[in-house]
Design a protein around this ligand. Structure first.
Ligand code: SF4
Ligand code: SF4
Length: 70
């Protein structure tokens, strides 16, 4: 079971793909709507918040983040 992975709020996401371009672990793929999709949550590095920090829409939160912070 994955304990840590990003969750994208598509109401906030602009589709800028910064998160997709930033993450070196292949967690995201491009969805049919042109926005990133979390297709490989198992590749995400526990406690990494890199993609969330660079998202200027603050559209990414993390499953497993008890504080819910960004
Ligand atoms: S960085 Fe944020 S706004 Fe840009 S595609 Fe990713 S989730 Fe969407
Ligand atoms: S939290 Fe880190 S490893 Fe996980 S998707 Fe974002 S940048 Fe990639």
């Amino acid at each position: 079971m994955e304990r840590w992975y990003p969750i994208i709020d598509y109401a906030q996401c602009s589709g800028c793909m910064q998160c997709y371009n930033f993450c070196p672990h292949g967690v995201f793929e491009i969805g049919p709507d042109g926005k990133p999709k979390v297709t490989h949550p198992e590749n995400c590095v526990e406690f990494c918040k890199g993609c969330g920090k660079i998202c200027d829409r603050k559209a990414i939160t993390f499953f497993g983040d008890k504080k819910g912070g960004k």
